[in-house]
Design a protein around this ligand. Structure first.
Ligand SMILES: [Zn+2]
Length: 60
């Protein structure tokens, strides 16, 4: 019975560490769909992608 408690405690600690790492460092990676362009993958910080904007007439 004690092994179960130990395994559960270790799992909870690992989960907490992973969540802490994600929330502290890789928040943009977690919410990558809103911070990176889906087409070219460039970081846009929530703004429109400068590459994939529709008005690319004077881009030549
Ligand atoms: Zn793009």
């Amino acid at each position: 019975m004690f092994v179960w408690v130990a395994v559960a405690a270790v799992g909870i600690i690992i989960a907490l560490v992973l969540v802490f790492k994600y929330t502290k460092t890789g928040k943009n990676d977690v919410l990558g769909f809103s911070y990176k362009c889906k087409k070219c993958g460039q970081t846009t910080n929530g703004l429109k992608c400068p590459r994939c904007q529709p008005n690319t007439k004077d881009w030549r």
